[in-house]
Design a protein around this ligand. Sequence first.
Ligand code: ZN
Length: 120
Amino acid sequence: MSLQGIFDAAERGDWMGYNPNKCGCRGRGWFLSDVDTFHPCVYHNLGAPNPEEDHSEFDWAAHRLEVYRTAYKFFLRLARTNGWKGTAHDFARCCRRFLRTTTNPTPGDWVNAAEKLTCR
Ligand SMILES: [Zn+2]
């Protein structure tokens, strides 16, 4: 693929996915293309500054948590759209069955479990 082709694919967002664990931005909100250009992620940017600019004041840990919280809620909403009738607490209980670990699951583990439950 030409450099322009790589850039165009990055601009189109071919790398994006709702689950931050699987998205090309890896939940950071910016995707670094193979031609070294940064592209904002529609799903996970949430105001994250361009890594090429000054971002020393930005709270990346809070951003990351908000990215996972937003993604988890997205899968809960999707489950409800698909007919899920339970409460958010019921949803969390069912997600537990899909957690790969039972000790100290990360926010990313919860999002993966919510995606598995919703999209199976
Ligand atoms: Zn993303």
